[in-house]
Design a protein around this ligand. Structure first.
Ligand code: 5AD
Ligand code: SF4
Length: 482
């Protein structure tokens, strides 16, 4: 989907406007001329590839980058042997950084063969000064470096690079700015992520996100609602509301509004069928939200509620602001209000000072809650966070052994829990043709479980009734009944 801007009508011989988004429209019009010249020179449409690492926020940012590149006249391709390659990076764990450096190295031969190729790096990793210093020193073939706060500036940075031929670096420490109304290109026609807020104020002691994504900023409700209405008019039936901590939505708005109130407004949008959101911090999950979820017809029966650790002692050092008991009470309250809700979580193993007893507390919560699925992570030391300076880091072998035990427990429970709806007839949103068998389609239940059943392409984006005939552990087989 593009926003309705007529780039042809912009006079690029004038000075660039100072206000946004007009300034970016101007640079998009200008960059388009550079891309046209490149097309003439190489005798074909220039190509691009956007590569996303990390979370759904990054995936959404990549759709925005893709929208801008399409409006400049590039063509998207799968291969990284393209004329413009972007890595939208993640830095939440060290191995995310290692992967980016590895992939970057593999781009060098492409660039050696194609002198027109441009390589851009953006996202969370670029917010770390050591990373930018390393790129400047050891990866001189990179053309553009920018961060998380100014992705809307892609066209302006490209113009800069086209004009001066030097590595362009523009990383902002923080921002209060939210630039609306730029192009974006959705990956799926029928579902979309929608940012409702940016940044995080929680400073969990292990986490680098508040340092690289800045302070919490909520979008205005009217901007969110208008965006969703436009998406629905364009074929979207499911939205995923995105924020690092959606439960604190609206606190910093001129006219404060709670997340539950926002959900109730979104629920009213006609044509919208399903509402998902992530991520919820347990400390901010209100009774009002639970009531709203219970009475809603559109909010999906799925809640991602990161636990991180089951030990109240560790949770305190993690700065999570809840105890094991409070977390379990919250789970009980949610389940009482929304009985068939699927619960998923994030858990970190091997946080500094974690003892076997602490770890067993985590196992205990896992057994009590019986999650539908859980993302389990080995603690990763992130420079600059309080936990990185703690002197009781856990040996990797100990952490790994605990991790394996946890993973097994989580998987065993998930296999039992996710099969519980076998035999029922449920609503499925069809997402795609099945990858293994083209006579089948793949869709999702409200609770996020995957279902495969016989059907064709015409069902994609539709919600249909499916009898869940067989539970296969992590997915169901079914038969369409309508
Ligand atoms: N080490 C391991 N996992 C981490 N996460 C965040 N920071 C770290 C870290 N330093 C995990 C948390 C969070 C998820 C997105 O990533 O579990 O919920
Ligand atoms: Fe990181 Fe905690 Fe913020 Fe989540 S809530 S992004 S874990 S600091």
């Amino acid at each position: 989907m593009f926003c309705n801007i007529d780039l042809e009508s912009i006079d690029i011989t004038k000075e660039a406007p100072q206000t946004e988004p007009e300034r970016q429209y101007y640079f998009m019009a200008k960059a388009r001329e550079y891309v046209k010249a490149l097309k003439k020179e190489i005798g074909r449409k220039p190509t691009f590839s956007v590569n996303t690492f990390g979370c759904q926020m990054n995936a959404r940012d990549s759709e925005k980058l893709t929208g801008i590149l399409l409006s400049l006249g590039y063509e998207e391709i799968e291969s990284e042997d393209a004329d413009f390659v972007i890595y939208n990076t993640c830095t939440v764990r060290e191995n995310a950084n290692v992967r980016v450096y590895g992939r970057l190295g593999s781009l060098k031969p492409f660039k050696a063969r194609n002198p027109h190729m441009m390589i851009a790096l953006c996202g969370c990793m670029m917010q770390e000064p050591e990373v930018v210093a390393k790129i400047k020193q050891s990866y001189r073939f990179v053309d553009i470096v920018f961060g998380t706060h100014n992705i809307f500036k892609l066209a302006e940075l490209m113009c800069n690079r086209f004009e001066n031929g030097k590595m362009t670096i523009d990383v902002w420490e923080d921002t209060t700015q939210i630039v609306e109304d730029l192009p974006n290109e959705r990956k799926f026609v029928f579902k979309s992520g929608v940012n409702i807020m940016f940044g995080c104020n929680n400073f969990c002691s292990y986490c680098i996100v508040p340092y690289v994504r800045g302070r919490e900023r909520s979008r205005k409700p009217e901007d969110i609602i208008n965006e969703i209405k436009r998406l629905v008019a364009d074929g979207v039936v499911e939205v995923m509301l995105l924020g690092q901590n959606v439960n604190s939505y609206g606190k910093n708005l001129e006219n404060p509004m709670s997340f539950a109130e926002l959900l109730r407004e979104i629920e009213k949008i006609e044509g919208l069928e399903r509402i998902r959101f992530m991520t919820s911090h347990p400390k901010d999950l209100s009774d009002e939200l639970i009531e709203t979820m219970a009475s809603s017809k559109k909010i999906c029966k799925h809640l991602h509620l990161p636990l991180q650790s089951g030990s109240s002692r560790v949770l305190k050092v993690m700065n999570r602001k809840y105890t094991k008991e409070q977390y379990l009470e919250l789970v009980d309250k949610i389940r009482a209000a929304v009985p068939d809700i699927a619960l998923t979580t994030d858990i970190i193993v091997g946080f500094p000072g974690e003892t076997e007893e602490d770890f067993l507390e985590t196992m205990d919560v896992v057994r009590k809650v019986r999650y539908d699925s859980a993302f389990t992570f080995l603690y990763s030391k992130r420079t600059g966070t309080p936990a990185a300076a703690m002197d009781n880091q856990i040996p990797e072998t100990v952490a790994k052994e605990r991790f394996d035990r946890l993973l097994k427990e989580v998987q065993d429970i998930a296999a039992e829990v996710t099969g519980k709806d076998a035999g029922r007839i449920m609503d499925v949103l069809v997402e795609d043709i099945n990858r293994q068998d083209s006579e089948f389609v793949t869709g999702r239940l409200s609770n996020n479980s995957v279902v495969h059943f016989k059907g064709g392409e015409e069902l994609i984006g539709k919600i249909v009734n499916v009898k869940l005939t067989e539970a296969k552990g992590f997915y169901y087989l079914g038969e369409m009944t309508n």
